[in-house]
Design a protein around this ligand. Structure first.
Ligand SMILES: Nc1ncnc2c1ncn2[C@@H]1O[C@H](COP(=O)(O)OP(=O)(O)OP(=O)(O)O)[C@@H](O)[C@H]1O
Length: 268
């Protein structure tokens, strides 16, 4: 099988500072390091084959969006290697749209950046506007859009430029039911065309009906990767177990998470 995305030992590290002064000291004092390191992702590896539909699951903050953004090339990894064979498009509510520009201008800008010519742009633009069902709002600045409207615009642009790899990060959760159904139908077309898709959602039902494989992230690390049914069964069992934990057990679990993800800097 042909690989479309290869993620090898990828980590994403952020520096967290307690106080403003700490950030300043870290910048100004050479040879000393302040603040603590936080791993949003740690040593993540997996491969996607062409035509795979992979769901990313995990509790809030487990690293799903960070991984989506790295695959889409929106943010860089700190270490490790990501190979993407083809053009990837990310659909997320708050990414990729210029808030000052109108919906139409955002469409034109995105198409220009992707290398489409004038004729192609005018044709595609109409299709995108029609799919988005934004009506006259298309000429209003994006900063006046609701999150559902931004999601509609982002989704309409991304699916109509026909990317090889589609990454959908919670974009369907903010739209209304009718648009979500229309979007799922469009995603089915992609599935039939053998494209690779990544899908982030907190709806396990949506995940089960749409994804063939699933990647479960815990504390920024891969907890499980495999057939969606198996991974989602285990993940649901974990969620049930977590819900039934006592306050003390939950605290212990969160402490373990914090310890795993951070590394204090030595002041030497
Ligand atoms: N720019 C940043 N600086 C510092 N920490 C960050 C930054 N971006 C993300 N993080 C942290 O990285 C961790 C992973 O975040 P991410 O958004 O990838 O999680 P997620 O699984 O998508 O969560 P959710 O389900 O809530 O959307 C979180 O603890 C988050 O606070």
């Amino acid at each position: 099988m042909e690989k479309s995305v290869i993620v090898r030992n990828v980590s994403k590290r952020y520096k967290l500072y307690g106080r403003k002064l700490e950030r300043l000291k870290d910048l100004l004092i050479p040879r000393k390091s302040y603040g603590k390191e936080f791993f949003a992702l740690r040593d993540v590896s997996f491969e996607a084959e062409k035509g795979d539909i992979i769901g990313f699951v995990g509790v809030n903050g487990s690293g799903k969006s960070t991984l989506s953004n790295i695959i889409a090339g929106v943010i860089p990894e700190t270490s490790g290697e990501v190979t993407v064979n083809g053009q990837a498009a990310l659909i997320a509510v708050n990414i990729g749209l210029d808030r000052k520009l109108s919906g139409r201008e955002n469409i034109e800008l995105k198409l220009l950046m992707l290398g489409f010519n004038k004729k192609e742009i005018s044709e595609l633009e109409e299709e995108i506007i029609e799919f988005s069902e934004l009506g006259e709002f298309i000429d209003q600045p994006v900063k006046s859009y609701s999150s559902g409207m931004k999601s509609r615009l982002g989704f309409s642009i991304s699916v109509n430029v026909d990317p090889d790899i589609l990454i959908i990060d919670e974009a369907l959760s903010v739209g209304d039911k009718a648009f979500a159904e229309k979007s799922l139908a469009k995603m089915m077309e992609f599935k039939e065309a053998g494209k690779t898709m990544f899908f982030v959602s907190h709806s396990i039902g949506q995940m089960r009906s749409f994804c063939e494989k699933a990647l479960w992230l815990e504390f920024g690390e891969v907890k499980m990767f495999g057939q969606a049914g198996e991974v989602l069964d285990e993940y649901e069992a974990f969620l049930d177990n977590y819900k039934n934990m006592t306050k003390k057990e939950k605290k212990k679990f969160q402490k373990k998470a914090a310890k795993k993800r951070s590394k204090r800097q030595k002041h030497s």
